[in-house]
Design a protein around this ligand. Structure first.
Ligand code: G3I
Length: 375
């Protein structure tokens, strides 16, 4: 049983408050009994943004530009449930600089303005990635000096434009090969060598010295060859004093497969002095979607939030997509669907209640490491 979950504004809670005022303590007991009698709704009335803030973490969501501009209900899910936003696509290279030297700020400005006018923090996503590159970049035959200058001018333009307004940047996205322990053989690696990672971090640091700079990766949430090789890469960057502040655990999971050692893997990085964040959480369900699978998905969402709360230095959890109707999953994983905490009608699924439960129950030990503008 789901309901539209707007921040602290649900008819049920408003009704309960009115009864208390009008009828006193007896009515309160009756009302509470009625609320608890509705299956699945015991924990759905929580105010996620305030619960997250009280725990010292951000609860974020990746947003797309078109529904942000056109769909008030979409915007309400964001403002009613989250404390930060990531740009799902519009800050990627093909959107920002579709032709060399020609920048398109329409989408990024929409997201940043929306965030600021609603008191939401911003994560920037992303600078160097092997996907969603414009043709002029991916097909250009650049030498090292020229490519370095291209990266610098892109970084100066994008990071510099939002200096002081975007708290954290995914500077490097998915630097490891999909499987195994090798560095990904991408454009940057081929032309600039492995040091492209350090170079890009230095450039981003120069463009906004206050921004928290991240390397963002998938498949590192549990242990294994890729996770270990990634750790070695990161430990080396830290050893060399490169301006790296955080590790993004993308966390695209299949229902029932959240790794047991998620918190343990996060701690490897906080032990190096880094912060960590879950940056792209979704939990995809194989069709058909049943109540049992939605409950299992809810447990997975709760476990991820709990893992973040357990780790001192985990900045928060960002969900990848506002609702199931605006999720990348069905296009990319045929046969899988329903990966976010809201269905395509923007009704809250059990996963939302599970995040409320995790945030309301877990006492955080100490505060998060958080600079003024960091996410
Ligand atoms: O913008 C075009 C539009 O003009 C065209 O009409 C339409 C037709 O298919 O495609 C549109 O582009 C799509 C784009 O999303 C914007 O919606 C691309 O086809 C589609 O491939 C692209 O998918 C994005 C994917 O990254 C690309 O790799 C997903 O939305 C986005 O959620 C996903 O995000 C990534 C993170 O950045 C990094 N981690 C993995 C994650 C999932 O792949």
């Amino acid at each position: 049983m789901s309901h539209r979950a707007l921040r602290g504004r649900s008819p049920a809670s408003a009704g309960a408050v009115a009864l208390v005022v009008l009828c006193g303590a007896v009515a309160l007991v009756v009302t509470a009994a009625l609320v608890l009698a509705v299956p699945g709704q015991e924990h759905t009335e929580g105010d996620l943004p305030e619960l997250a803030s009280a725990r010292g973490v951000d609860l974020g969501v990746a947003v797309a530009v078109a529904p942000l501009r056109e769909d008030a209900a979409y915007r309400e899910v964001v403002t009613g449930n989250y404390t930060s936003v990531s740009a799902e696509n519009t800050m990627k290279w093909d959107s920002v600089q579709p032709r060399r030297g020609a920048f398109d700020w329409g989408g990024p400005d929409t997201v940043v303005d929306f965030a600021e006018s609603n008191g939401l923090r911003m994560r920037g996503h992303t600078l160097l990635w092997h996907n969603q590159q414009p043709q002029w970049l991916s097909e250009g035959a650049y030498g090292a000096d020229e490519l370095r200058e291209i990266v610098r001018s892109h970084t100066d333009a994008l990071v510099g434009r939002y200096e002081g307004r975007i708290g954290a940047w995914d500077v490097i996205n998915e630097p490891m090969a999909d499987e195994g322990g090798a560095i990904r053989d991408n454009l940057w690696y081929r032309v600039l060598g492995e040091n492209y990672i350090a170079e890009a971090l230095w450039m981003a640091h120069e463009a906004d010295p206050r921004a928290r700079l991240y390397v963002n990766e998938f498949g590192i949430e549990g242990g294994g060859t890729k996770a270990d090789a990634f750790y070695t890469l990161i430990a080396d960057l830290m050893e060399r004093g490169v301006p790296l502040h955080g590790i993004g655990f993308q966390s695209h999971f299949i229902v029932g497969q959240v790794p047991e050692d998620l918190a343990e893997n996060m701690r490897r990085y906080t032990d190096l002095g880094l912060e960590v964040a879950v940056t792209e959480l979704d939990v995809r369900i194989p069709e058909p979607v049943t109540d049992a699978r939605l409950q299992e998905q809810a447990r997975d969402y709760r476990r991820v939030v709990e893992a973040c709360l357990e780790v001192e230095g985990c900045q928060g959890v960002t969900v990848w997509g506002v609702d199931d109707g605006h999720s990348w999953i069905p296009d990319w994983f045929p046969g899988y669907t329903a990966a976010t905490p809201f269905d395509a009608d923007y009704d809250a699924k059990p996963a939302r209640a599970a995040m409320v439960e995790a945030l309301a129950r877990r006492a955080r030990q100490g505060g998060a490491i958080r600079g003024a503008a960091a996410v």
